[in-house]
Design a protein around this ligand. Structure first.
Ligand SMILES: Cc1cc2nc3c(=O)[nH]c(=O)nc-3n(C[C@H](O)[C@H](O)[C@H](O)COP(=O)(O)O)c2cc1C
Length: 198
């Protein structure tokens, strides 16, 4: 059975374009994979903390030497990794905030990037351990940046996901959402065409 993990990372609990379009994409993928199980990770409703001394201490202390608090922090990270590893398809709802991903998505990435668990270094350099997944990124943007040096989000996501082993990444953009109703409607229609083709 196919498992679809949808990761919502908008700061807004209501009316987020990235969530709206990701919901539509997940529904479409469910249609093409009858019986697919959907898991939603809502990073706005269940926020993760920023990396700090306590979290880094937990990650870098060997499991058998961790305090109970450190074990709880590591377990939270490892539960998120298990959820990701269990997915065949990953849908990431990614708003563009200040030329990057939301801090919600960044903290999630900080929780799933674990040496020896999701990546490792060997003689040939880094090797991602999260493999065999199809990833769709739905990026909602106020302006238009695809294909320009201003699009710092796409290369970051490709690099980060690829580092962990997720190299099959399809980007769906809704760009120009803050450029007036005509541009916004055309952007949503274009994203919906891409969703239909996914
Ligand atoms: C805090 C914040 C920062 C933003 N930064 C950018 C930006 O750097 N570039 C841009 O084109 N749009 C920017 N926008 C507009 C968003 O990309 C746009 O509202 C998009 O719909 C966000 O996705 P969401 O609706 O899922 O939250 C920003 C919006 C917010 C709220």
């Amino acid at each position: 059975m196919t498992t679809i993990l949808q990761i919502n990372s908008a700061a807004r609990s209501q009316g987020a374009n990235s969530t709206l379009l990701a919901n539509e994409l997940t529904a479409k993928l469910q249609q093409s994979n009858p019986g697919a199980q959907v898991v939603v990770r809502n990073l706005q409703a269940e926020p993760l903390p920023h990396l700090d001394d306590a979290i880094l201490g937990a990650f870098f202390t060997p499991a058998e030497q961790r305090t109970p608090e450190q074990s709880a922090i590591a377990a939270r990270s490892e539960a998120l990794i298990a959820e990701l590893q269990a997915a065949d398809v990953v849908v990431i709802a990614a708003p563009l905030y200040n030329f990057g991903v939301s801090s919600q998505l960044k903290t999630y990435f900080d929780f799933i990037a674990r040496a020896g668990i999701t990546f490792k270094y060997g003689a040939n350099g880094a090797e991602g351990l999260v493999t065999g997944k199809k990833v769709h990124v739905v990026s909602a943007r106020g302006g238009k940046y695809v294909g320009t040096p201003g699009d710092s989000q796409t290369p970051f996501l490709k690099t980060f996901l690829g580092f962990l082993g997720m190299t099959d990444v399809n980007f769906i953009y809704a760009e120009g959402l803050n450029m007036g109703p005509d541009v916004a409607n055309a952007a949503l229609a274009g994203a919906r065409e891409a969703i239909a083709a996914a």
